[in-house]
Design a protein around this ligand. Structure first.
Ligand code: NAD
Length: 276
């Protein structure tokens, strides 16, 4: 496909653009993932808590696409943190997906108040050594939780998947990631389609390039070096969101987009979020 890959810090290649399936019910996930695979996506981002690993797995199996051409990410849910429970939860995810390995396994949230993420990650290191996850990483880690993890474990996470969009640009975390060779993956890259895509600056840049606001925002992520995983269940939007390799934002566009940063979170603050 035309989606470029980035090389993770352990040498594994990951498509820079993938398909997210949060809030897609299991029975609809099969169709949505099949549509995405047909449109050229090869990377799928699911999680145990999304409840659609089975539906996702069905679409992967039915696609006929060779396993090595797919990149499948899933995540450990908060309630399963801890060494032994992590090993069990990973087996369950693999079985639901119908796979014998995932490409990337992530700790979904650090839950600093539970203080289990270091033990959890040590179980991730065992899973990685076993070859059943080709890469391991984290999601929603803050500067503080990332620094502690790096200090107390040996496999540097390949990626940190965090909320990131033009209104929450995450400069501090991106700098920390760059320092340690950790890739930055943007969740809710389109700002969940609410508001962000109507911001006048974005609409104007879209008009200038004859593109849609969603395409401008995805292009911004790609040019910054972020991995993106936009979600849609609408076939035309699924196609639109991967059709972002035929144009380029210029310095003026990037400057205008940089000015939209306002620290606006759509999701929980990972420094305090502790729902299991
Ligand atoms: P998103 O930013 O991808 O926005 C998706 C929504 O935007 C859609 O539901 C639709 O309403 C709208 N949309 C999509 N394409 C559009 C287009 N071309 N034009 C207009 N509107 C469009 O939001 P998201 O689903 O929250 O995030 C993407 C993925 O990130 C998720 O599916 C999930 O895989 C992942 N995620 C991870 C976490 C985490 O804690 N790790 C949290 C949230 C999301």
């Amino acid at each position: 496909s035309k989606v470029p890959s980035i090389t993770l810090n352990n040498g594994v290649a990951m498509p820079q653009l993938g398909f997210g399936v949060w809030q897609v019910p299991d029975d609809e996930a099969t169709k949505a993932v099949a549509t995405a695979l047909e449109a050229g996506y090869r990377s799928i981002d699911t999680a145990a808590i999304y409840g659609n690993e089975e539906g996702t797995g069905k679409a992967l199996a039915a696609s006929g696409i060779a396993r090595e051409e797919l990149f499948v990410t899933t995540k450990l849910w908060n309630s399963e943190q801890g060494h032994d429970s992590t090993l069990k939860a990973f087996d369950t995810s693999l079985a639901k997906l119908g796979l014998d390995y995932v490409d990337l396994y992530l700790i979904h949230w650090p839950l600093p108040s539970k203080d289990l993420y270091v033990d959890t990650y040590k179980a991730f290191e065992k899973i990685y050594e076993s070859g059943r996850a080709k890469a391991i990483g984290v999601s929603n880690f803050t500067v503080e939780t990332m620094e502690r993890l790096l200090g107390e474990t040996s496999v540097v996470p390949v990626i940190n998947q965090i909320e990131l969009h033009p209104q929450l640009q995450q400069a501090e975390l991106r700098a920390l990631h760059a320092k340690h060779g950790i890739a930055t993956e943007a969740w809710s890259p389109l700002g969940q389609g609410k508001g962000l895509l109507e911001v006048p600056t974005i609409v104007a840049i879209a008009q200038k390039h004859g593109r849609t606001p969603a395409q401008v925002v995805l292009r911004w992520h790609l040019q910054l070096g972020n991995v993106v995983i936009p979600k849609s269940v609408t076939p035309s939007r699924i196609a639109e969101n991967i059709d972002v390799f035929g144009f380029e934002l210029d310095a003026e566009d990037l400057g205008a987009l940089a000015a939209l940063d306002e620290g606006k979170r759509l999701g929980p603050d990972p420094a305090v979020f502790d729902v299991a």
